[in-house]
Structures are given as structure tokens and as C-alpha cells.
Design a protein around this ligand. Structure first.
Ligand SMILES: NC(=O)c1ccc[n+]([C@@H]2O[C@H](COP(=O)([O-])OP(=O)(O)OC[C@H]3O[C@@H](n4cnc5c(N)ncnc54)[C@H](OP(=O)(O)O)[C@@H]3O)[C@@H](O)[C@H]2O)c1
Length: 314
């Protein structure tokens, strides 16, 4: 049995080493190394070149190395085999750290004080709202969104969530689908996006949505935090909304083009915080072990966990 490791954009060696340690009696090959198509039974993938998995007659499953699977389901030549995604406590915790950090940074005006310090200015502002006065709306109530929502509640924020299908979550107001979207946006001061990228969600963070966010909040204007995928946002619209005062600020971890091109106006915009798609990194130790578990599960005839529904695209 051979595992094909098809990664672009990340360092490949730590993944290959991890898989070779976890699967000592199997062959592990990285893209670019020689292999026979019929020896490949499994693939582990992150942003593989489209078409990589076509023509592998014995392929049994593809394991995404990230929580998102848009890089896989978007490949028109993807073979009809189970696709498995990452659900990992470490990754979930990291995403919640990111979300809580940036919601708190907007609540406590971290950027403003950073600038004032550089100017050696003492500004004794006594009118900071409390977390309970700030309404956070989490788009996407899956593994990551739900954990982030819970941790935001621990910090005292007034949190609600939005998902595709209706949900009943104790202590968390929820909204669903197109019909729930207006009410959800109208009670949102900080919009946290943790949606997957699918044909339905592509470009959802556009002007016509951002203009429906609450205008009566305590932050002086709505704020966007997107750590889902860059394809969810229309960057020209975000910039227009920031410049028109429709948005007060944005924290973006993901971009239409990654790495974010040096010429992008997002880099230098005073109300934008840019992070390099590292809100929640996949660690080879934890994620590699999950892939190996998936292979053992499959070979023992047990049902695979965390299978992606190709019809939903996530
Ligand atoms: N920046 C980073 O470092 C990083 C790291 C990891 C993951 N991510 C991103 O985070 C995303 C979410 O991960 P996850 O593990 O939480 O995914 P998940 O468990 O599959 O949850 C996805 C959530 O989005 C909702 N959703 C999907 N399509 C929707 C639509 N059209 N309208 C409304 N809601 C919709 C789902 O609704 P239902 O509950 O009704 O199905 C679900 O609540 C990933 O897909 C990935 O793109 C980013």
C-alpha cells in the first residue's frame, strides 16, 4: 500500500517524515517522486495540482490535511472515492484563540493604543463598552464556529450564530439560511466568518451583505473578521465599505489570492489587520495521526469518520 502526499504551499518534508514514522511498513511518496499509479491506495492532500488523483485505479480515499476541503471538491477530475477532512482539537483551539483575540482587539481598540504608544500619547479614554454590550455574529456553526461562539460567550460577548440548517444550541441564539440572515446581520456588531467555501458561499462577504450589519452598535460601526476562506470575501467591496464608513474595521486571515500580493491595498489600509492564513494551522503531528487512524479504520472495515458530503461541498 502506498500513500501519496500531494501538498503545495506548505513545507512537504515534515508531513512525509510524520507519515513514514506512523506507517513504517507502508510506502509514502511525495509529489515529484516516482510512483506507479496502481500502487497508490490513499492520498493526503493540501492544494494538490488539479488532476493529481485522476488515473489512480486503486485509490480508496483522499484525506484533506486541512479542515476545509474546497481545494479538493473544486477539482473537476476528483475521483469518486471518500474524502475525509480534519477535525482536530488542537486546530479548533487555535481557531478559537484567533477569533477571541481579534474580537477582544476590536472591543479594546488594541490598534488605536498601539498607534498612540508609538506617538508617546497618553489618551485616558473612560468610555470603553463591555463585552456584553457587543453583539458578535458567527457565520458557520460547525466544529470551528461553535467552539469559537462558546469561547466568545465565556469572554462575555453577546453571541449568536448562523448556519445553513436550523440548529438548537443551548444558550446560543441561532439563525439559519437565507430567511434568517437579515435578522442575524441586524443584531451583529462583529461578524466572524467561519464558513466553508462552496458554490453557495463564494463571495458572500460582499457589499450587499455588509450593508445589512447593525448600525447602532457600541463599536462605532460594524467589524468583519474572516478566517474562513478568501473566496468568501469580495475584497473590492470590503475596501469600499471601509472607506464609506459602512465597516469600521476588518481582520482578514484569508484572501482572494494567497499569498496576498504586495500591491494589495489591504496591506496598508489603516483599518485592516492582515494575518497570513495561519489562524489555525494543521500540525503534522496531530493531523498525520488522524490520517493514519483513518487508513487503519478503513482497512478494518469500520466506517470512516469526518467524511465530506460531496453534494454539500463541505
Ligand atoms: N484560516 C484558517 O487557518 C482555517 C483553518 C481551518 C479551517 N478554516 C476554514 O473554516 C471552515 C469551517 O470549518 P469547520 O470545521 O467549522 O466546518 P464545518 O464543521 O463543516 O461547519 C461548516 C458550517 O458552515 C455552515 N454552512 C455551510 N454552508 C452554508 C451556507 N450556504 N449558509 C449558511 N451556513 C453554511 C454549516 O451549516 P450546517 O451546520 O447547517 O451544515 C456549518 O455550520 C473550513 O471550511 C475552512 O474553510 C480556516
Amino acid at each position: 500500500m502506498t500513500l501519496l502526499v500531494a501538498i503545495t504551499g506548505w513545507e512537504v518534508a515534515p508531513w512525509v517524515e510524520r507519515f513514514r514514522r506512523l506507517l513504517p511498513d507502508r510506502r509514502v511518496v511525495a509529489l515529484g517522486e516516482p510512483y506507479e499509479p496502481d500502487e497508490i491506495l490513499y492520498a493526503a492532500a493540501w492544494k494538490h495540482p488539479p488532476g493529481t488523483f485522476a488515473g489512480l485505479p486503486n485509490l480508496r480515499a483522499i484525506f484533506s490535511l486541512g479542515a476545509g476541503v474546497d481545494h479538493l471538491v473544486g477539482d473537476p477530475a476528483l475521483p469518486d472515492v471518500p474524502v475525509v477532512r480534519v477535525v482536530d482539537e488542537d486546530l479548533t483551539n487555535r481557531m478559537s484563540e484567533y477569533v477571541v483575540l481579534h474580537c477582544l482587539a476590536h472591543l479594546r481598540q488594541a490598534r488605536l493604543y498601539d498607534g498612540l504608544q508609538r506617538e508617546r500619547r497618553w489618551w485616558d479614554d473612560r468610555h470603553q463598552p463591555a463585552a456584553r454590550d457587543v453583539r458578535v455574529g458567527v457565520m458557520g456553526l460547525g466544529v470551528l464556529g461553535l467552539d469559537a461562539a462558546r469561547k466568545l460567550q465565556v469572554m462575555g460577548f453577546d453571541v449568536a450564530g448562523w448556519s445553513r440548517s436550523p440548529k438548537s444550541v443551548e444558550g446560543l441564539p441561532t439563525f439559519a439560511g437565507e430567511t434568517g440572515l437579515d435578522a442575524f446581520l441586524a443584531r451583529t456588531d462583529i461578524l466572524v466568518c467561519l464558513l466553508p467555501l462552496t458554490p453557495d458561499t463564494r463571495g458572500i462577504l460582499r457589499e450587499s451583505l455588509l450593508t445589512r450589519l447593525a448600525r447602532d452598535g457600541r463599536l462605532g460601526g460594524p467589524v468583519l473578521v474572516n478566517a474562513g476562506r478568501g473566496g468568501l470575501q469580495v475584497e473590492a467591496d470590503i475596501l469600499r465599505c471601509l472607506d464609506a464608513g459602512v465597516l469600521k474595521a476588518a481582520t482578514l486571515d484569508v484572501f482572494e489570492t494567497e499569498p496576498l500580493p504586495a500591491a494589495s491595498p489591504l496591506w496598508g489600509h489603516p483599518a485592516v489587520t492582515v494575518t497570513p492564513h495561519n489562524a489555525a494551522m494543521s500540525a503534522p503531528d496531530a493531523v498525520g495521526a488522524q490520517v493514519a487512524d483513518g487508513i487503519f479504520t478503513m482497512e478494518s472495515g469500520m466506517p470512516l469518520r469526518h467524511r465530506v458530503d460531496p453534494a454539500r461541498g463541505y
